[in-house]
Write a protein that binds this ligand. Structure first.
Ligand SMILES: CC(C)(COP(=O)(O)OP(=O)(O)OC[C@H]1O[C@@H](n2cnc3c(N)ncnc32)[C@H](O)[C@@H]1OP(=O)(O)O)[C@@H](O)C(=O)NCCC(=O)NCCS
Ligand SMILES: [Zn+2]
Length: 310
């Protein structure tokens, strides 16, 4: 299992030897108020940890102990939502030892866990707490979780039901967080990137600076600038490669952050940097042709060559 090291603490796998401080957390009044069930004896606490270790092996859950200077400070837990590994969704839990509360540890440790989960395996992560749990509500908000709903949850431990709040945090959009080095030009509302799939050569993406998913969410100002950009880029491509036709597409199948494809189409062969590029489906829809090119040097050359043709 993973170990996550930060300057304030480490997250390492839960061990049976954590049972003593774990039981201390479970004996705390605040913990008992906010949990539906908790171990009543040290033997029960140990048995719970044994079950958790089993769950880690059998269900892919990750129980991390927060350790500060080799001392147990609490736990953060990452599970598959409904224990379903196919869901692509995660679920978190946490508790901090009373000795370590009130210094931002829950926020930091849960933040690390959520980043790790969204980076490595989940598209969204859920968190749920009792509606009375002011601390966790605040922590979730600080970590940018959004409230899904307040609802009454009934289970075998609480058949009369208990009011809980469900939160979710989505994986951040790739285009909102990463600027590729293939960006060729930036405008007020858009930026232009050379596709890393250079068949047909000169394929470009025109990407909106803000996160919007549907065409009809664009403002008139954004649309007007888009038209101007397409005109400018067409002229640039004509100068660079003399294409025979252009396609403008908006699809969003691979990533929904709105972007347009400006695709130059060629009847014949185009030579660039000693290589020959073709357009096998000329006169037809561009078939599922997105094939990233590993030759980064050539892509950067292409970016600079097109820039010069602007
Ligand atoms: C809730 C809990 C995890 C908070 O741990 P913590 O390390 O003290 O939390 P943080 O220091 O990161 O607190 C973050 C914020 O929440 C606030 N907060 C924490 N506990 C709070 C409480 N009981 N009531 C109101 N606010 C609280 C803090 O003041 C802080 O706000 P600030 O940044 O404006 O000062 C801890 O008290 C705990 O383990 N409780 C019992 C178990 C539990 O409830 N687990 C979750 C079950 S769903
Ligand atoms: Zn986005």
């Amino acid at each position: 299992m993973t170990i996550i090291k930060t300057k304030d603490f480490i997250l390492r796998p839960l061990k049976l030897s954590d049972a003593k401080p774990y039981f201390e957390v479970m004996q705390d009044e605040e913990t008992q108020r906010n949990f539906t069930t908790f171990p009543k004896t040290f033997a029960e606490a140990k048995e719970e940890i044994r079950q958790d270790l089993k769950e880690m092996k059998e269900k892919g859950s990750e129980y991390f102990t927060i350790e500060i200077n080799e001392e147990y400070a609490g736990n953060v837990v990452l599970q598959h939502q409904n224990f379903d590994p196919q869901s692509g969704e995660g679920r978190v839990h946490l508790w901090i030892h009373p000795k370590f509360r009130g210094r931002g540890l829950a926020t930091k440790a849960l933040g690390e866990l959520v980043n790790y989960g969204l980076k490595t395996k989940y598209k969204r992560i859920f968190a749920q707490c009792k509606a009375i749990n002011k601390g966790v509500i605040k922590i979730n908000k600080k970590l940018d979780f959004k409230k899904v709903k307040t609802h009454i949850v009934k289970d075998k431990y609480c058949p009369q039901g208990i009011k809980k709040i469900l939160f979710v945090k989505e994986k951040p959009c790739y285009k909102c967080t990463v600027r590729s080095d293939l960006v060729m030009k930036t405008y007020i509302h858009w930026y232009v990137e050379v596709s890393d799939s250079p068949t047909p050569i000169g394929w470009l993406y025109i990407i909106l600076n803000r996160h919007v998913e549907y065409f009809d969410e664009l403002t008139d100002v954004e649309l007007l600038e888009l038209k101007k950009i397409i005109k400018e880029l067409k002229e640039m491509l004509i100068k660079a490669f003399e294409p025979d036709w252009f396609n403008v597409m908006q699809l969003g199948n691979g990533g929904r952050h709105i972007h347009f494809h400006l695709v130059p189409r060629y009847k014949g062969k185009i030579k660039f940097d000693g290589k020959t590029f073709t357009d096998p489906d000329y006169g037809k829809m561009l078939n599922d042709r997105y094939k990233p090119y590993s030759n980064k040097k050539l892509l950067l050359k292409l970016r600079d060559y097109l820039k010069k043709s602007l």
